[in-house]
Design a binder for this molecule. Structure first.
Ligand code: F0G
Length: 459
């Protein structure tokens, strides 16, 4: 088989600012050892997130030029609405400025204090929006989803038995809707099988509980179904996506992922009463229902992007980049979460740095080493991001210490990945020199974004 090439050529370039190792050490010191506080310009390969960081196609830019900026009923809205309906088959479509705005409207209209919202794994903004209105966000991930070395094909699946138990324990009156996140970002970008989505739907249907899909990476999930689930080999990604959404009563979407856009989202539903409530809050918070916080040109870019994300060649290339990196790292011996998910590779910092205890943040050790060795920016998903404090105020560790390297869509080429592999190899070979860290400043919530670190002396 020949090399899988990027299925595009590059027409516009954006220079990468390459600074020296000494300058990076200084930049990180100025940023209090927290890569969130760096200037993006000082990062040569920025893998902080795959959200809103993708490159748009010529077709998207062309569509933007014909964006209709009318306040109400614009042509661009019609294009957006028709595309979303074509893919999802869902009746009511509401544009929002990004995914969490859709989540906020969903939570604030449908959840009462004490309500339970099951999901395979809630993304942190979903959880925050549910908890903000007094709901309880429950994760019901299948057991293999938490084992970083289990190579099951659908580690994002929901545990159906746990779902039944959750409904039995709480009663359907306490569960205004359940969610399923495709792919499961928090669990490593792992896919959910069609069989599982259908099983979740059938359990919920039995109890009259609606299903809302968090659809951020629906096209990547459709590709996994095509390749891993028997019976879907010959189906197009669009057909698979339609089948996924046919199980849903509604969905939230961040078009910054599989909308291939830099901003945008939507909230959709079939229920007319829900639609009435969503519309009312949307007008107060986001804007008139035919633009919902977006410019007409954004609606156009998303309408084109949603379809491009379902193009088979694009997904082949996208998944090949993840495979390319993960295969190389496995060959070198670097411990990673297996199998790799759809949008990122996760390094296992706990296994990489056994000499650093969790409360000295091994994930930060890796993140900062990647930056100093090569200007690569990743993100810690470990004790800094998820750690908690017990009733005595003592910090507790997260069960996993991971570093996410998320791939912006259509941005980096194979030579960028070769460079990335060289940087990770260098970090791996010099891992004994990586120090632990302590926090010298932290905010009361979401501390990882703004906290300050100090290096600890190596024992
Ligand atoms: N749901 C999932 C599964 C997500 O991954 C995200 C965002 C959201 C909802 C919220 O969407 O950012 O448009 O408001 N994930 C980004 C990330 C931020 O880096 O994984 P948003």
């Amino acid at each position: 088989m020949k090399t899988i090439i990027e299925p595009f050529r590059i027409k516009t370039t954006e220079p990468i600012h390459i600074i020296s190792k000494e300058e990076r050490i200084q930049a990180l010191a100025d940023a209090h050892q927290n890569v969130f506080l760096l200037d993006a310009e000082d990062c040569c390969i920025d893998l902080l997130t795959d959200s809103g960081t993708g490159a748009m196609s010529t077709r998207q830019w062309a569509a933007m030029m014909i964006g209709d900026e009318s306040y109400a009923g614009s042509r661009s809205w019609k294009h957006f609405q028709a595309t979303v309906k074509d893919i999802t088959g869902i009746k009511h479509v509401f544009p929002t400025h990004q995914g969490r705005a859709a989540e906020a409207i969903l939570a604030q209209t449908l959840i009462r204090k004490g309500d339970i919202i099951p999901n395979n794994s809630h993304f942190d903004t979903t959880r925050a929006n549910i908890e903000y209105v007094g709901g309880v966000a429950v994760n019901l991930l299948c057991p293999e989803g938490t084992d970083t070395s289990d190579t099951s094909p659908f580690k994002g699946n929901m545990d159906i038995e746990k779902l039944e138990q959750c409904i039995a324990a709480n009663g359907k009156e306490k569960i205004p809707f359940a969610m399923i996140t495709v792919t499961n970002n928090t669990g490593g970008g792992q896919p959910v099988s069609m069989k599982n989505i259908q099983a979740v739907k059938s359990v919920l249907q039995k109890h009259g509980i609606p299903l809302v899909i968090d659809a951020c990476r629906f096209a990547e999930n459709a590709y996994f179904i095509k390749h891993r689930e028997p019976g879907y080999e010959n189906r197009s990604l669009l057909e698979i996506a339609r089948e996924i959404f046919s199980c849903a009563d509604g969905a939230t979407m961040s078009c910054k992922k599989d909308g291939l856009a830099n901003i945008g989202g939507f909230l959709i539903c079939n229920n007319d009463d829900w639609a009435e409530k969503f519309r009312t809050l949307l007008i107060i918070r986001e804007g008139f229902p035919t633009y919902g916080g977006l410019a007409g040109r954004d609606l156009e870019a998303i309408a084109v992007g949603l379809k491009e994300a379902l193009e088979y060649d694009y997904q082949v290339y996208r998944h090949a980049t993840v495979q390319y990196l993960s295969k190389s790292l496995i060959e070198i011996g670097v411990p990673i979460v297996r199998p790799a998910g759809g949008h990122a590779v996760f390094l296992d910092a706990k296994k990489m740095l056994p000499h650093i205890p969790p409360l000295q943040y091994p994930g930060i050790g890796i993140v900062n080493a990647l930056y100093t060795h090569g200007g690569v920016r990743g993100v810690e998903l470990g004790t800094v991001m998820f750690g908690a404090f017990d009733e005595n105020g003592n910090e507790t560790a997260s069960p996993l210490e991971l570093v996410r390297l998320a791939f912006p869509r259509r941005v980096y080429t194979q030579s960028h990945f070769d460079y990335l592999i060289e940087v990770i190899r260098e970090v791996w070979e010099n891992r004994q020199e990586i120090p632990g860290y302590k926090i010298t400043y932290q905010a009361p919530f979401l501390r990882h974004f703004t906290c300050h670190f100090e290096k600890l002396a190596r024992a």
